[in-house]
Design a binder for this molecule. Sequence first.
Ligand SMILES: Cc1ncc(COP(=O)(O)O)c(C=O)c1O
Length: 413
Amino acid sequence: MLNESIRYHHDQLHCDQVALEDIIKSVGTPVYIYSLPRTLSNLTRIQRAFAAVQPHIHYSAKANSNLAVLKTLVEAGIGIDVVSRGEIQRSLLAGARPANIVFAGVGKTADEIRYALEIGVGWFNVENVAELAFINATAKPFQKPRVALRLNPDIPAPTHRHIATGHKGAKFGLSIATVKDILSQRHTYSNVDIAGLHIHIGSQLHNTEATQQAIEIALDCIRPYPDIRTLNIGGGLAVAYSQDDPVPDWETFAAAVTPLLTGYDVILEPGRSIIADAGILAMTVLYTKEQATERFLITDASMAELIRPALYEAHHEIIPVRRESDRDESRYHIVGPICESADALGHDVPLPALQSGEYLAALTAGAYGMVMASNYNQRLRPPEVVVERDGKTWRIARQRETWDDLVRNDVVV
Ligand SMILES: Cc1ncc(COP(=O)(O)O)c(C=O)c1O
């Protein structure tokens, strides 16, 4: 979706004040382009929406772990939510202080836990009794780590089934009974400070009721322990991927949940809401094809660069980089070169007749885009470009991979 940063100016698609064609002509396609001004204005909007509870915001690095994005957010004063040693290392490289990192994840390895203890992460979000026991056993020589128990509240999240995490059959979190049980024997975990609860029932949440219910269940669990004052309510703020995407805006979401949270230390872990609509994936039309009744635009971007449509049937608006209003419109399938029928970025996309060599942009692609890119079909992962805070200058923040990168780790005998 277009917004104040990603918009047409004189019929040329811009990222802030930079014409996309300038970037494309210099860097080539496919290329991810992120607006740092939009990233920061999204953060400010979330901070304002939740101002009543003065939350500690930890950007969820899984949404987009580009170093320029992380550094911009760290410099804006927020923490990072990570799920792996790799994400911790990226956060540190971006300048995050370990104490401002919350470490979540359903399958932390022993090495990852030891490393996180050594550097002193701010919180462990714990999802397993054995994990808690291991952290407790390993933490003795270190400063007592803070632990938030991730509660699985058994609330089906109003979102796509692949990104719902709060129903009882999910692999995530600890059941209500387990959380209550651990809390009742807190003193036996003497090397950790069980100081909070964590909930994250899913991403791209389509209503506020499920989160309200989950928070109420969490509050019920900690009510007998007045010293437990921290509630991490995860991420999940939704982003509109099209004009008619019926998602609650962040102010509505915040207004629904903040009254429940008054008096608590609140942690938020937004990912998508900060970076999704700040990013686009630009591509070139390679060929056009008409087959049976269908019209295809075959582009140099594919499910290897943006897997969300293939994985979640997700919708991304796809629009021409140069708007030519005098051309006839038709509906096209936008497909990539990968040998999979699932390799489509959009179906029945209304577009003017385009020719080989012209450019398209998939919008709202900043979150769960590049981080999920792969080398499938031995494709090179694309470069990432950022438009700087001034809105005028841009730079390559990650280079396109090279053919040498593709074989770097192969062992040839
Ligand atoms: C524990 C946790 N926190 C935060 C997030 C970020 O969610 P979102 O990108 O929807 O804000 C996720 C994403 O799945 C998550 O699993």
